[in-house]
Design a protein around this ligand. Structure first.
Ligand code: GLA
Length: 372
């Protein structure tokens, strides 16, 4: 179990002088393939992690109060029913979730929360989605209500849009809310249908930090999204999910917009192929698709980073043809995901460390299987 659960419980007791009613948990995720396609109604293949965010919760009369363990035990507090319309940092997510769940009819008359996480932030592993989903689960439990993963994810996505200023898709929230450990989730972002596909026993998923912190809110993300929407509009389709390469070739688009759209259209096809390869335990094909995906991010979507590219090249060299590596998540820095035979992962980690000692290129690793 995630260490965050015990931390949240202990801080709740110390801070509020009483035991919590319960502790909600939601994981972060790593996306295996399919980035910047969720807001284009596409297909994605994320996988939930063993780490994430825990929220210890208990009732309180008339006041909504939270303590954030990982932010110097900062406190946020406001009268129930009077959620501030904005907030900075973690408060944006906390306030957003209270407000969005209230809009969905899940109202708390007051509560106390202690929030703790055990995952790196700003590395493309969705610590914010795990925070939102864990808060949502705690609030629903306090209200004595069940909330479906889809409804919870929509509330979390609305929190990102309206409180954090990121026009994100819904992949991270759905992966956190409905993913299954050691399974990749093939999610259709158009209708939110999904299938949790087991990861073959003898595959390993390794997350490698590039050391370059990324910021979603710096505008690049929203710019990419706007370009995709422009391309869809120019081709007369509701979203890039409905576009084809032939339509793109015939469209009159500026080169940059065309490159963005080409990435999305081809990436959706790659996700489909990757799911087929996963079901067939075909590591070589899966790995090839990861490599192609990375090149597409680097050259067409232009949301990679030179340091990330170097790390991907290094991993490709160490892994060979039975597997692959690519940037993962929003991009512009952050983490790399690598898939390989489980029997190889020890060697790859050791080699990475050795090379890091030699040239200083950061490569902190984390295994993504809950069972490893
Ligand atoms: C961020 C967003 C997601 C998704 C990815 C890129 O993680 O929150 O909705 O768009 O970037 O795939």
């Amino acid at each position: 179990m995630s260490e965050a659960v015990e931390t949240a419980r202990a801080v709740f007791e110390r801070h509020f002088g009483t035991a919590p009613q319960g502790v909600a948990f939601a994981p972060g995720r790593v996306n295996l393939i399919g980035d910047h396609v969720d807001y284009n109604d596409g297909l994605v293949l994320p996988m939930p992690l063993g780490v994430g965010t825990a929220v210890a919760f208990g009732p309180l009369d008339g006041i909504v109060e939270a303590v954030a363990v990982d932010f110097g035990e900062e406190i946020d507090s406001f009268p129930a029913g009077e959620v501030p319309a904005s907030g900075e940092g973690w408060r944006a997510y906390f306030r957003g979730m209270v407000a969005m769940l209230a809009e969905a009819g899940i109202v708390t008359g007051g509560c106390r929360l202690a929030i703790a996480g055990d995952m790196p932030q700003g590395t493309g592993l969705s610590s914010s989605a795990s925070l939102e989903i864990a808060i949502g689960r705690a609030l629903a439990a306090l209200a004595g209500t069940e909330i479906s993963p889809e409804e919870l994810s929509r509330a979390a996505q609305a929190t990102e849009h309206r409180y954090a200023g990121v026009n994100c898709g819904i992949m991270d929230q759905m992966a956190s809310a409905a993913g299954k450990p050691d399974h990749a989730m093939l999610l259709d972002c158009r209708d939110l249908s999904y299938e949790n596909i087991p990861l073959p026993e003898d595959w390993a998923v390794l997350i490698v930090q590039s050391g370059v912190e990324r910021g979603l809110v710096d505008g690049e993300y929203n710019t990419r999204r706007a370009q995709c929407e422009r391309a869809a509009e120019a081709m007369g389709v509701a979203s890039l999910r409905d576009a084809t390469i032939a339509m793109l070739d015939a469209a009159d688009l500026d080169i940059e917009t065309e490159m963005r759209a080409r990435h999305v259209i081809e990436e959706i096809a790659r996700v489909r192929d990757a799911a087929t390869a996963l079901r067939a335990a075909d590591l070589a094909t899966f790995g090839r698709l990861l490599k192609e995906s990375h090149m597409s991010h680097r050259d067409l979507f232009e949301n990679s980073h030179p340091q990330v590219d170097r790390l991907v090249e290094r991993l490709k060299g160490l892994i060979g043809s039975e597997g692959g590596a690519r940037m993962t998540g929003g991009g512009f820095g952050g983490a790399v995901v690598a898939v390989m035979a489980a029997s190889e992962v020890e060697r790859v980690e050791t080699e990475l460390r050795r090379l890091q000692d030699a040239d200083g290129m950061e490569a902190k690793t984390m295994r993504a299987r809950a069972t490893s």
